[in-house]
Design a protein around this ligand. Sequence first.
Ligand code: PGA
Length: 241
Amino acid sequence: MRNVIIAGNWKMYKTQAEALEFLQGFMTQLDVTPDDREIVLCVPFTTLVSLSQNLHGSRIRLGAQNVHWETAGAYTGEIAAPMLTEIGVRYVIVGHSERRQYFGETDETVNLRLKTAQQASLTPILCVGETKQQRDANETESLIFSQLKKGLVGVDQTNLVIAYEPIWAIGTGDTCEATEANRVIGLIREQLTNPNVSIQYGGSVKPENVDEIMAQPEIDGALVGGASLQPGSFARIVNFQ
Ligand code: PGA
């Protein structure tokens, strides 16, 4: 059984006050959300504690946006897995393209982070995807297969989510065609040893295109940036038809 998982990625947005305001508007719209959908909010570190306190008894799961591979140490600016699990975090995004592009994340560090997350019983959401240039050069498949091969060495595929996020579709409003996302996700699945890994699509998912995306047979969920910041639009996305 592949779980349906809709995750919001707030990136570097929202103070604690703004996060709580979001929650008030969002929670009331979940009465109609089918039970079999997992809803995750991946928020800034500063917001995790107050959201955790306010999500008690709710069906929303908390996620972080990064985790270091050591459980403690002299790593200024990083966060360790026990610091996340202590406050009830269940998921963590690993290898987001913005981390790879702006902060020097490599397949090797992605691999280390994935394994540490799993050892702490966090479920990592591994992001893979190609740039526009790589797509135009017909390198989409080889790049993604290489990201998977290097990233997944020694990783337990029974506690893993993958997000296919074509970089050219992130924050651009330029969504990948639903059928093309479905094709690539099918190819990703063929590379895995566990056929039940949930694979999300991410990149300009919004209320207007979520129904078509989620209707694709290979797509098990969505990783949503910009459209997860407003209660109304994220509620419409988790309540996809
Ligand atoms: P977007 O971001 O929905 O704003 O395109 C997706 C992501 O970066 O995960």
